[in-house]
Design a protein around this ligand. Structure first.
Ligand code: FMN
Length: 201
């Protein structure tokens, strides 16, 4: 990618241009401009030991049926355990849980050391102080290059904690005061994650 010449407003390029000759670092930088939340996706192995990994590639996919998706690297050790179990729990992290994200985002043996969790109704690890959680069963897995695209069916929803989310942006963490901005009314019902006007959202 080239440095663009600023246009009249001194900020946006005079002409939008880019490059099809990019390497993986440049691709990563471009994708890092997209701000996401952070989840830890957990499961249990056949011996009942907890497993999990930090995951930003999580999204709500469908309302009816209630589906979510996430994309684990094909080399993820947690994915191998989730695949075997056929089920996973998505923990949506709060801004105070940077250390949890860091622990679960590294290939450590003892990711759950010092992490308080309780079993969901299906027994999967629910990490304490997460904003919410959703227990899922695997519905479908498709190829996504060096990742899998895993579609899960929501089985149980956790309570919602009144706290701020942990955000991931440009390779770092940030948080935000929750802005009370309402999107245009006509579009609200098309938002999968809109919960209605009388909630804290
Ligand atoms: C904030 C954050 C987001 C991440 N998102 C993903 C993701 O979406 N998919 C993925 O495969 N790895 C993601 N990772 C990297 C994994 O968490 C990391 O590779 C981890 O060591 C995998 O552990 P495992 O091999 O035990 O499953 C993310 C890491 C961090 C810190």
């Amino acid at each position: 990618m080239n440095a663009a010449t600023p246009g009249a407003d001194g900020f946006h390029p005079a002409t939008p241009f880019g490059s099809s000759d990019f390497d993986s670092r440049q691709f990563r930088t471009a994708m890092g401009q997209f701000c996401t939340g952070v989840t830890v996706i957990t499961t249990l192995d056949a011996d009942g030991r907890p497993a999990g990994f930090a995951c930003q590639s999580f999204a709500a996919l469908s309302l009816d049926p209630p589906l979510v998706l996430f994309c684990p690297q094909k080399t993820s050790r947690t994915w191998a355990v989730i695949e075997q179990r056929g089920a996973f729990c998505v923990n949506v992290l709060a801004h105070r849980q940077q250390d949890v994200s860091a622990s679960f985002g590294a290939p450590r043996e003892d990711k759950f050391a010092g992490v308080a969790w309780d079993p969901s109704p299906s027994g999967l690890p629910v990490i304490r102080h997460s904003l919410t959680w959703v227990d899922c069963t695997i519905e479908n897995v498709t190829d996504g290059g060096d990742h899998h695209i895993v579609i899960g069916r929501a089985q149980t929803l956790g309570d919602v904690l009144q706290d701020k989310p942990l955000l991931f942006y440009r390779g770092g963490y940030l948080s935000t005061e929750h802005p009370r901005v309402t999107p245009a009314q006509a579009e609200l019902e098309n938002f999968l994650t809109w919960t209605g006007g009388d909630t804290w959202l």
